[in-house]
Design a protein around this ligand. Structure first.
Ligand code: ADP
Length: 327
C-alpha cells in the first residue's frame, strides 16, 4: 500500500474562551492540535491511508500531547523527531467581534523549524507514494532545507509531490518573503491546491483563470482551486472540471482546506497515482476525486476545530450518496 508523507509544522493553537476582545484581554484559552500538514495526514489516515507526519516536536508536555493526538487520529509517528533545543510551536489566538483574528506565535525558533535535512531518509519514499507540504515551514531555517531534501528524494523515488501554499502572513517578516518562498517551491510540485483568497496574493493577477494558468510552471500538472462553500475546480494543462460542493450547516471552517486535501490525496493513493500520468488519472476520475474531497471539506466545517472535526469515511460516502440521490 502506498503512503502519504506530510512534512511541516504541527503546533498547539490556544483558542480564546472569550471572544470579542483583543489578545491582551483574553484570560483563558482552550488547546487544539493544529498545523496544516498534520491535519492533512490525519484526514487521509482517517479515511484509511497509511500516513506519516515528518516534523519535530519539543521534548516537552506539549509535544507529548500532539503525539498522542496524532496517534489517536491514526497517523504514523515513527519518523517524528523530538528535541530539547527548542519547544513545541504554540500559537495564541483572539477573535474580535467582526471575526478578525489576532495571533501571538511562539516559534523563534520552534522545534519543527529545527528539523534537519539529515533527519530525512531518502529510502522512505517509493513509487506511488505522495509527499505533501505547505508554506508555513518554508521560512529560512533547517526545516526549509529538510523540505528541499524530502522533495528531491521523493521525486527521485517516483512519488507525487503535492503543495498547498496555505498563506499565513503573520508568520512571515513581510508578504514579499512569503510570496518568494511559495514561488520558489511551486515548480517542484506536481499538484497544487490554492484557495480563492490566496490566488491573487500569490500570482499578482486578478483574473481568476489567467492567475490559475500562470501556476503551471516547472513540474506542475494540476491545480485545484477551492472556493469555500462553492466547492472546487480542478485544472490540468488541458482540461477544467468543476464541482459545486455540498450545502451544509457550517459551524467552524478551520481545517476545511486540509480535510479537502487529505480526502483528495487519500483518493489518489487508492488510485495508485503515478506523477507521470497524473493528468490522465484526473481526466478519468475527476468526478469521484472532487466529490470525495469536497464532502470531506464540507463535513469538517460542521464541527469545531480541525482534527477533532474530521468526519469518518462512511459519513463522507453517505453525504455523497444522499446528494446524488437528490440530484
Ligand atoms: P481553505 O480552508 O484552505 O481556505 P476553502 O475555504 O476553499 O479552503 O475550503 C476548502 C473546501 O472545504 C472547499 O472546497 C469545500 O469543499 C469545503 N468548504 C469550506 N467551507 C465550506 C462551507 N461553508 N460549506 C461547504 N463546504 C465548505
Amino acid at each position: 500500500m502506498s503512503r502519504l508523507y506530510a512534512i511541516g509544522e504541527m503546533l498547539i493553537d490556544f483558542m480564546p474562551l472569550e471572544t470579542g476582545c483583543s489578545l491582551q484581554e483574553v484570560t483563558s484559552f482552550k488547546r487544539a492540535p493544529g498545523g496544516a500538514p498534520a491535519n492533512v495526514a490525519a484526514a487521509a489516515a482517517k479515511y484509511g491511508s497509511t500516513a506519516y507526519l515528518l516534523t519535530q516536536l519539543g521534548q516537552d508536555a506539549f509535544g507529548d500531547y500532539l503525539l498522542q493526538e496524532l496517534e489517536r487520529a491514526g497517523v504514523l509517528t515513527e519518523h517524528i523527531r523530538r528535541t530539547d533545543e527548542a519547544g513545541t510551536a504554540l500559537a495564541f489566538v483572539s477573535l474580535k467581534e467582526n471575526g478578525e483574528r489576532d495571533f501571538s506565535f511562539y516559534r523563534n525558533p520552534s522545534a519543527d523549524l529545527l528539523l534537519h535535512e539529515d533527519d530525512i531518509d531518502p529510502d522512505w519514499f517509493a513509487p506511488g507514494d505522495i509527499l505533501h507540504f505547505g508554506s508555513v515551514d518554508l521560512v529560512d531555517s533547517p526545516m526549509k532545507l529538510a523540505h528541499r531534501k524530502a522533495i528531491r528524494a521523493a521525486k527521485t523515488a517516483g512519488a507525487l509531490i503535492s503543495f498547498d501554499p496555505n498563506v499565513r502572513l503573520p508568520l512571515w517578516k513581510d508578504g514579499d518573503s512569503c510570496r518568494r518562498a511559495i514561488l520558489e517551491f511551486l515548480p517542484t510540485a506536481h499538484l497544487v491546491k490554492i484557495s480563492d483568497e490566496e490566488l491573487e496574493f500569490i500570482t499578482g493577477i486578478s483574473d481568476t483563470e489567467t492567475a490559475i494558468l500562470s501556476l503551471f510552471r516547472g513540474d506542475v500538472q494540476a491545480v485545484v482551486y477551492t472556493r469555500g462553500a462553492d466547492g472546487a475546480e480542478l485544472y490540468t494543462r488541458r482540461a477544467h472540471y468543476i464541482d459545486s460542493g455540498f450545502s451544509v450547516k457550517a459551524l467552524d471552517t478551520t481545517g476545511a482546506g486540509d480535510a479537502f486535501v487529505g480526502g483528495l490525496l487519500h483518493s489518489l493513493l487508492e488510485l495508485h497515482v503515478d506523477p507521470q500520468k497524473l493528468s490522465a488519472l484526473l481526466d478519468e476520475h475527476h468526478v469521484h476525486l472532487l466529490r470525495f474531497a469536497n464532502a470531506s471539506g464540507a463535513l469538517t466545517t460542521t464541527g469545531a476545530g480541525a482534527i477533532s472535526a474530521l468526519p469518518d469515511r462512511s459519513s463522507v460516502e453517505s453525504l455523497i450518496a444522499t446528494a446524488s440521490s437528490i440530484v
